[in-house]
Structure formats: structure tokens, C-alpha cells
Design a protein around this ligand. Structure first.
Ligand SMILES: C[S@@+](CC[C@H](N)C(=O)[O-])C[C@H]1O[C@@H](n2cnc3c(N)ncnc32)[C@H](O)[C@@H]1O
Length: 335
């Protein structure tokens, strides 16, 4: 079944950026009802299918929308009407990442748990099979849940709300660990055991640790010091300088992946990539956390991604993942 409406989930505060992107990508979708971190769109020239997911950087997930459902019966009726056999239920985000007060988070999770219990007998939770229709339910304390549905597949969101089921270790040196873990899961970048990663802006080392845990060796470039526990990991070599000061002749020829989380604007990351590219003959891909320093950077994202194509990327995918704050994750496949 199709719908007159689509719904997309984004980071709280990025609704305007999402709507601007959708206006460019899908001018037939006009913004409608919205809540923080959740925007619906009316399909003005046709309908929106549960198999559609426009490639918007700021949309964590898409679904055909049934809008707010006032009662449990209304949610279950929607599940029946659309043939949903799986449940993805998540509390709607309350604030930008890490900004919601813990008490509000606990109340939102308790409310979501109550809805899960009410729906569990009728729609199963758990990972869907490809092709299965999933009911996407977003709960919020004292508000009716907003409901949608999508047809599951390898490139769709894999967990409720477009989040990732990641358990963050207590001893990671930085939030960048989670950004890389989510980025690798989302992109499905084919990292292989022993692959060498050249990582720009590596300190204090959360990203380096995530790459090592993914089986890679890492050349970690940063003028700032890395956490000693990360430096001691097997396969980590530290180069304590700015990326612009790297000598091309000193870069190992077997670098397979170029990663960057350097605290510099995307245009400077592009310049670095252009300079380093001739010294990276075996590059398979780039895994970049690009900083959204200001609205201009957001407006220029399409041309930034286009420039990555001009630098030799065959495919470029970008997404603001749940772990991202004022940044986005980019996967550029070279070979
Ligand atoms: C957000 S932090 C990186 C976090 C890191 N990826 C991690 O996993 O912990 C940004 C880093 O970029 C570094 N940086 C800024 N400009 C750089 C440059 N031109 N070359 C290399 N590193 C740079 C800073 O020193 C800082 O450590």
C-alpha cells in the first residue's frame, strides 16, 4: 500500500536542512506536519511508496506515513491495512545528540516500553527479513505516536528510528569511536583484515580504535597527542604532524582507506585529498567525517560530494548518522 504522505527522521534541529534538501531532491514532496526530529511530506503529484528512500543526507530513515495514531487500536489497524509483520518502535529524539536531560530520556524510554508491550502481541519486534513490511512507530510522552511503514532491504535503516544498536565501551577516548562504528555499519565499506587506513585528525583516538577493532592497521595523523592506550594498540603508527605537512614519499603505498575527522572545513579536506591522491594508488575508499561549520557548508554539501566524484570516487554516499553532531559521515568508493 502507498500513502499520500512520507515521513523522515533527522537530527533534532536539522529539520530546515532536511526540508531544503528534499525540495531539491524531490520537489513533489511538500513539507507537512512536523515534530522535532521528524518531518512529514505530502506527495503532491502522486503517492509515496514504502519502498522509497530519497538519498537525503539529513534523513536517517524514510517511511510512508500514516500520521499520528491516537490509540493502540488505530496503530494496529494501520499495521493490518499495510500488511506490516514487524515492529520498529522508538521514542522520538528529544534533543540533539547527548543534549537531552537523563530524566527526560528515562521517561521517554518508559513510555516507549509501554507501547512496545501493548503492540507486542500483534506485531513482532526484532530484525526484519528483506522484503518484509515494517511498521515504524515513533512515540513521545503525552503525544500520540506517529506511524509509518517501509519495505525492508539491505539499504534501509536496520534498527528502530534509523538508530544503530551500538554498545559504547566505557573507556573509549572520544565520541568519534561511535561515529566510525556507525559509519562502517551504515556504509558497509568492505574493510578487510590487515587493510591500512590513513587517518587524518586522529587524536585522541576513538576513530583509530574503531578501525583497529575492525581489523585494520592505522597511520594516525594529528599534531595533537593520541591516548596512550590507543597508541599501544597493535598496528597503530602515529605521525604527529598536520596532514598538510605529510611528505607524499613517506606515505605507504598500500594505504587502502583514507579517513578524516580533522577539525577543518570540508573545502580544506578536499584540498588535502587532492594533494595526497597521487600517493594513494591502492585506495579503495574514503571514510570522512565532514564538519558542518556553518550554513554555507550545508548549502555547499552537494558540490562537496560532487568534487569527491571528480577526485575519482565512483560512488559517494553521505548521511548524518545518530552519532554525528554538527557533522556528517561520507563514504566514497574508489574501486
Ligand atoms: C574532532 S577531533 C578528531 C577526533 C578523532 N578522530 C578521534 O577519533 O578521537 C579533530 C582533530 O583534528 C585535528 N586536526 C585539525 N587540523 C588538522 C590537520 N590539518 N591535520 C591533522 N589533524 C588536524 C585536531 O588536532 C583534532 O585532534
Amino acid at each position: 500500500m502507498r500513502s499520500e504522505f512520507a515521513l523522515a527522521v533527522c537530527q533534532v534541529g536539522m529539520e530546515r536542512a532536511l526540508k531544503a534538501e528534499v525540495a531539491r531532491l524531490r520537489p513533489d514532496l511538500h513539507p507537512g506536519f512536523q515534530r522535532p526530529g521528524l518531518v512529514t511530506f505530502k506527495a503532491t503529484t502522486g503517492t509515496f511508496g514504502p519502498d522509497e528512500a530519497p538519498p537525503a543526507v539529513f534523513a536517517r530513515m524514510w517511511a510512508a506515513s500514516a500520521g499520528p495514531c491516537l490509540t493502540t487500536d488505530a496503530v494496529l489497524a494501520t499495521a493490518r491495512d499495510v500488511g506490516a509483520t514487524r515492529l520498529f518502535l522508538a521514542p522520538r529524539d528529544l534533543a540533539a545528540p547527548d543534549e537531552a536531560p537523563p530524566a527526560a530520556l528515562a521517561a521517554a524510554e518508559a513510555d516507549a516500553e509501554r507501547w512496545r508491550a501493548e503492540l507486542a502481541g500483534s506485531v513482532r519486534a526484532g530484525p526484519p527479513r528483506d522484503g518484509e513490511t515494517v511498521l515504524d512507530v515513533f512515540t513521545a510522552v503525552d503525544e500520540p505516536p506517529v506511524v509509518g511503514w517501509h519495505v525492508h532491504g539491505p539499504w534501509r535503516h536496520q534498527a528502530p528510528g534509523g538508530t544503530f544498536d551500538v554498545v559504547v565501551p566505557a573507556d573509549i577516548p572520544s565520541r568519534a569511536w561511535r561515529k566510525v562504528v556507525e559509519g562502517l555499519r551504515w556504509s558497509r565499506a568492505p574493510l578487510q583484515a590487515g587493510d591500512l587506513v590513513l587517518e587524518l585528525g586522529a587524536a585522541p583516538g576513538g576513530g583509530t580504535r574503531a578501525f583497529v577493532e575492525a581489523g585494520c592497521r592505522v597511520v594516525a595523523v594529528d599534531p595533537m597527542p593520541l591516548d596512550p592506550a590507543v597508541v599501544a594498540l597493535p598496528g597503530v603508527q602515529v605521525v604527529a604532524r598536520r596532514a598538510g605537512d605529510l611528505k607524499l614519499g613517506a606515505i605507504p603505498a598500500d594505504v587502502r582507506w583514507l579517513a578524516s575527522d580533522a577539525g577543518i572545513p570540508p573545502r580544506d579536506v578536499l584540498r588535502l585529498i587532492e594533494r595526497l591522491r597521487p600517493a594513494l594508488p591502492n585506495l579503495r575508499g574514503m571514510l570522512l567525517t565532514l564538519k558542518l561549520n556553518d550554513d554555507g557548508v550545508i548549502r555547499h554539501l552537494p558540490s562537496t560530494l560532487e568534487q569527491l566524484r571528480k577526485l575519482g570516487a565512483r560512488e559517494v554516499h553521505a548521511r548524518q548518522l545518530p552519532a554525528n553532531r554538527r557533522d556528517v559521515f561520507v563514504y566514497a568508493r574508489m574501486k
